[in-house]
Design a protein around this ligand. Structure first.
Ligand code: AMP
Length: 275
């Protein structure tokens, strides 16, 4: 395994097929969810690069950039155990020189749902992902469905900017009690963690139903029963556009939730098939 803290000299335009290269972008503090992405990448490509970069551009001024967990040595062990070929861990200074001017705009789709509560977040995500694609030049890149709007926006960027990368979405890995794994879960006290379970419980309650209004009502009832949970949003949206679906919607929809438990903000979602 090669560890690159600053730059990485992978040859341009890695050939596809047997020697295809897959990229798994992460912010580190690796857990089983990240491991599942790495395994999927290994199924899709002969070589796997994991990037570890806490991207300052996707954090708002009052968010947790400085206290985001950084566990580089443990992350390297995870990557080694999963057979990762290269870990790419650039510094913020290398990624963003002070005279930087140009970035990616997530457009209107980047200002709804997560974008409404985290202005500029999806611009920051798309900018770093495009830079990682250009630096690593992967044939395939794997992202988790856990960050559903991020995944949808990356697919949009690849289509709108004609990027030569195949995007693979990976299912959300959960604890046995339903809590979606997240690097931020380590902030939760035992009491917080019990409260946080309302997110997955709400999604399960909504998943049992088929009519959009009933789905929203059932999921909201679960969240409202937990007074120490501060809800940012609960939405039922079109998976491709993240626009709210109407009552006559047929096909797939994403039920997505974001809420704060103490100082920790958590997101989760589930894909439903409505007919
Ligand atoms: P992060 O390090 O949080 O930026 O996440 C890196 C990648 O891992 C993203 O594509 C996430 O969607 C994905 N990811 C995070 N949590 C999970 C999870 N519980 N299951 C599957 N993928 C996940």
């Amino acid at each position: 395994m090669i560890k690159a803290r600053a730059t990485l000299g992978i040859g341009a335009g890695a050939p596809s097929g047997g020697s295809a290269l897959a990229l798994v972008p992460t912010m580190g503090a690796l857990h089983e969810g990240h491991r599942s992405l790495i395994r999927l990448a290994r199924e899709r490509a002969a070589h796997v690069v994991v990037s570890i970069f806490v991207n300052p551009l996707q954090f708002g001024p009052t968010e947790d950039y400085s206290r985001y967990p950084r566990t580089f040595d443990a992350d390297l062990e995870v990557c080694q155990a999963e057979g990762v070929d290269v870990v790419f861990a650039p510094s913020a200074e290398d990624m963003y020189p002070p005279d930087r001017q140009v970035g990616v705009s997530a457009g209107e789709m980047g200002s709804v749902v997560e974008g409404e509560f985290r202005p500029g977040h999806l611009d920051g995500v798309l900018t770093v992902v495009l830079k990682l694609f250009n630096l690593v030049q992967p044939d395939v890149a794997v992202f988790g469905q856990k960050d559903a709007q991020q995944l949808a926006m990356i697919r949009r960027m690849v289509a709108d900017l004609n990027l030569p990368v195949s995007i693979v979405g990976a299912p959300t890995v959960r604890e046995p009690d339903g809590l979606a794994l997240s690097s931020r879960n380590r902030y939760l006290s035992p009491d917080d963690r019990a409260v946080a379970l309302a997110l997955s419980r709400a999604l399960t309650a909504g998943s049992a139903l088929r009519a959009p209004a009933e789905i929203r009502r059932a999921a909201l009832a679960v969240l409202e029963a937990e007074p120490s949970l501060a809800l940012d949003y609960l939405v039922l949206v079109d998976p491709a556009t993240f626009a709210e679906v109407g009552d006559d919607h047929a096909g797939e929809a994403i039920l997505a939730v974001a809420a704060r438990v103490g100082a920790t903000r958590l997101i989760d979602n589930v894909t439903l098939s409505l007919h």
